[in-house]
Design a protein around this ligand. Structure first.
Ligand SMILES: [Zn+2]
Length: 242
């Protein structure tokens, strides 16, 4: 049976920014892909969009559907309808330890994952200190032993720090989990999609600067990078090659 791929995406667009090339490969290898978007109740945009929470949340879900169309709507997309950070606590960057309502969200995401996820789970590394990304990551870290987890890089944030800082971020994660993580870059070879074209489908979140950061990062790495334990990396490699 094909390996099931589950992508935990804090916001609608994080999976695409960090993993479009991988998603294209999963789909062409006929692996079933599910994207779990968490904080989908939002009025956050990078460009002016008329309307409030209802309109913006709907528009963003439609942008995700346009992304899915690139793959003939092969992706299974779930929106958890959680309030995003600006609507919830009013800040975006994590100022300190999780506060009570954030811990509740960690528990909610954990319950969802336990009840719904089997196969491989792709989780954001939490680079950039965005509180919603940190909440998603925390949910996965607390369940780490239950799942086969690989981490992907949060974009455009990973482009904004140095390679040394990324390494340090990963080393801290290794200490926290008491494991060794390896990295693997993949995606540009035999690629069936144009990453710039597909990330630009998230029009309300996109401007030339963000787009160029994400594409520059892809060019720098010659693909997209995943981090994880060798046995999980191998599991994915086998699933993609058969
Ligand atoms: Zn995000």
């Amino acid at each position: 049976m094909s390996l099931k791929i589950n992508i935990l995406s804090p916001h609608i667009d994080d999976a695409a920014y960090g993993l479009s090339l991988h998603i294209a490969r999963f789909v062409s290898s006929k692996l079933p892909v599910t994207i779990i978007n968490c904080f989908t109740v939002t009025k956050w945009t990078a460009v002016f969009v008329p309307g409030g929470v209802k309109e913006v949340s709907l528009l963003r879900a439609q942008e995700d559907m346009a992304f899915n169309k690139v793959f003939n709507s092969a992706l299974n997309i779930t929106n958890l309808a959680l309030l995003d950070a600006p609507l919830r606590n009013g800040y975006v960057l994590q100022p300190g330890p999780f506060v009570e309502n954030e811990l509740t969200l960690v528990e909610e995401i954990k319950s969802y994952l336990v009840a719904n996820v089997e196969g491989l789970l792709l989780c954001p590394l939490g680079i950039g200190n965005h509180i919603d990304h940190a909440i998603c990551r925390e949910a996965v870290l607390e369940l780490y032993k239950k799942f086969d987890v690989l981490f992907y890089e949060d974009l455009p944030y990973a482009y904004r720090i140095t390679p040394k800082e990324i390494e340090l971020h990963v080393r801290k994660l290794e200490d926290k989990l008491d494991v060794k993580l390896m990295s693997q870059v993949d995606g540009l070879q035999n690629c069936t999609i144009d990453k710039e074209q597909v990330i630009r489908l998230y029009k309300s979140q996109m401007n030339d600067e963000i787009c160029s950061e994400i594409i520059s990062y892809m060019n720098l790495l010659t693909g997209e990078r995943l981090w994880g334990e060798p046995r999980v990396m191998e599991q994915l490699g086998n699933a993609l090659n058969c």
